[in-house]
Design a protein around this ligand. Structure first.
Ligand code: GTP
Ligand code: MG
Length: 600
């Protein structure tokens, strides 16, 4: 059987997963309702977090498909996948047109010499503008330096959610065969008898983990035949050559993995038995074989500390909270989470390095659902030193705002050391691109939403390390800190809500040092949220029923990570997310501040 390998790439939400699911349905490898977004968090959030493999069969060909995530925090995952396939389907929303992530994934594909197939999706939308989108895509190809062959891309129109594709908008089509036919016509065949005769060379591009089989490598066989129960050599990135034995071998059949004795050149396989294998390493039968070109893995840009939850409520809700349990969980995570790095050598905490706040938030969310309790410190940017120069990560941010709001946004971003690189206006909207140090950008999203009254859209993507730009002034928001233990009362919250936004409602347990809200003006404020109504006030203030409490702002993981201050911890348990001061009593906080001052 012939094999073809493709990846589906796009900006977030443009319909990659719907298209992959529909391809599986049409070719009979999956039933209605089965989705590539199989992870619980993926379903809840409606986004793809992990890139995943599937395969479909069409006209005597096996098409291996990798569905990739569209969110920029997972961008490095897409890059890895692109190294291991032969063509991409670039999905673009028929109304939005090319977006920041479209540009990024297309640029990577073109650089690798891939010839994309363009799918303009969601043509059922009332606001569809297919001609305009097609022109924009062509312009983008030109801007990104596509060669003649790449510029000559095929365009297919689709309604991915209904499993329909057509070559011309007027065509009558009931299924996806027009797209499948284009794939067969354009994607190079990866398999051949000649390749099967060559000595084995396979390369891993993704990792998996199984409780029984341990680490799994997902890789592509470039040449030769790979056999289960065979001894192999692994050419490590370090240059060393290790030996290993393949204990189990799988190919993909729809979403199922199918155990096989051997697999052939061109196919994508999952391999068990190589506990130390890493992304980009070459598996071969003959140690004198040359290693395949390495696959680059982006470095982490932020770090934060994971600690045992030592708050007064520590250990009440979770079943897993000891240092040892957290260590084991984190060790398991780095088996599969390629962008993550962890320093286990520190005494009081584990230092976790990741690619962005969402990357870390997903790990924390998974942990709390599994029953863990943990505390984390505020995410900090990772610095590097190269030839004596201090470097820091930068992001490219693209904002899309109603034109009258550009002034305030430009001012705020400039203050955070963002530099404008492009600005265009379109029908009352302005799209601006900035380059900004990650350090300046952290914590800006919330402010942006407030400044644009929720009408602005912002995308960010790490673009690499650049020289450190010096001090950046940050507007810190003060915290309302409880000065006592007890249960919050509506009356005291009613008094406090004028001073800022509250994170708790009435009747909630609080402890001394817990942050119960923020302060709109000024510094931290010690408050008593448990105070009852004083009798003398009763008549003057009216009756209790008249208290109108503004609904509290629920702290989510992402919001907590974004808004927390340097001297706070985010306390994460299966049932709650709380902010707290690292030092719970005000006396301790004052003492520490004084000590720090005297050091300077
Ligand atoms: N109207 C319309 N909506 C669609 C179509 N295809 C997908 N959608 C919707 O678009 C949204 C995103 O679809 P997904 O397939 O999850 O998009 P994605 O590109 O995989 O998203 P990420 O993986 O998170 O980047 C969902 O709400 C779909 O229902 C379509 O053809 N027409
Ligand atoms: Mg998806």
């Amino acid at each position: 059987m012939k094999i073809r390998n493709i990846a589906i790439i796009a900006h977030i939400d443009h319909g990659k997963t719907n298209l992959t699911d529909a391809l599986m349905r049409q070719t009979g490898v999956a039933e209605v309702g089965v989705s590539m977004d199989s992870d619980v968090l993926e379903r809840e959030r409606g986004i793809t977090i992990y890139s995943k493999n599937t395969s479909v069969f069409y006209r005597g060909t096996k098409i291996n498909i990798v569905d990739t995530p569209g969110h920029a925090d997972f961008g490095s995952e897409v890059e890895r996948v692109l190294r291991s396939i032969d063509s991409v389907i670039l999905v673009v929303d028929v109304q939005e047109g090319p977006m920041p992530q479209t540009k990024f994934v297309l640029r990577k594909s073109l650089e690798l010499g891939l010839k994309p197939i363009v799918v303009i999706n969601k043509i059922d939308k009332p606001a569809a503008r297919p001609e305009w989108v097609k022109d924009e895509i062509f312009t983008l190809f030109m801007e990104l330096g596509a060669n003649d062959e790449q510029l000559n891309f095929s365009t297919v129109y689709s309604v991915a959610k209904d499993g329909i594709a057509k070559l011309n908008l007027k065509d009558d089509s009931k299924d996806l065969s027009p797209l499948l036919d284009v794939i067969i016509k354009e994607v190079p065949v990866a398999s051949s008898d000649k390749l099967n005769q060559e000595p084995l060379r396979a390369q891993s591009f993704n990792l998996g983990y199984d409780n029984f089989m341990g680490r799994l490598a997902i890789g592509r066989i470039y040449e030769g035949v790979i056999k289960s129960n065979s001894n192999v050599f692994v050419k490590k990135l370090s240059g060393e050559t290790m030996t290993g034995k393949i204990t189990k071998l799988f190919t993909f059949n729809g979403l199922e993995r199918q155990e096989v004795d051997e697999a052939f050149a061109g196919d994508i396989v999952m391999i068990a038995g190589l506990p130390d294998i890493y992304i980009g390493e070459t598996i071969c039968n003959d140690p004198s074989q040359e290693a395949l070109p390495a696959i680059n893995i982006d470095e982490p840009t932020i770090s934060l500390n994971f600690l045992v939850n030592n708050s007064p409520f520590g250990g009440k809700e979770g079943k897993l909270f000891t240092s040892r349990q957290i260590r084991e969980r984190l060790a398991k995570e780095i088996e599969v989470n390629v962008g993550l790095k962890i320093d286990f050598s520190l005494n009081d905490y584990f230092k976790v390095y990741g690619r962005g706040e969402l990357h870390i938030a997903i790990l924390l969310e998974n942990m709390r659902r599994e029953g863990y309790e943990v505390q984390v410190s505020k995410p900090q940017v990772v610095f590097k030193e190269e030839n004596g120069t201090k470097l820091e990560p930068f992001e490219e941010i693209t904002i899309d705002v109603p034109s009258e709001m550009t002034g305030v946004v430009i001012e705020k971003i400039s203050r955070r050391k963002g530099i404008m690189t492009d600005m265009r206006s379109k029908q009352g909207h302005t799209i601006i691109i900035f380059e900004i140090p990650t350090r300046g950008f952290l914590g800006y999203r919330g402010e942006f939403m407030t400044n644009t009254r929720g009408e602005g859209i912002i995308y960010s993507r790490v673009i690499g390390f650049r020289p450190h730009v010096g001090e950046i002034e940050h507007r810190t928001v003060g915290s309302m800190v409880s000065m006592t233990d007890g249960k919050s009362l509506g009356f005291s919250l009613w008094n406090l809500q004028e001073r800022g936004e509250l994170y708790i409602g009435p009747g909630e347990e609080v402890y001394e040092g817990m942050v119960i809200g923020n302060v709109s003006k000024g510094k931290d404020m010690a408050v008593n949220p448990t105070k009852g109504k004083e009798l003398t006030n009763m008549r003057a203030k009216g009756s209790d029923e008249a208290i109108a409490l503004t609904p509290p702002i629920k702290l989510t993981l992402e919001k907590g990570l974004e808004t927390m201050n340097d001297d706070e911890y985010l306390e994460i348990t299966p049932g709650n997310i709380r902010l707290r001061k690292q030092f719970l009593t005000e006396i301790d906080r004052v003492r520490i501040k004084r000590q720090e001052k005297s050091k300077i």
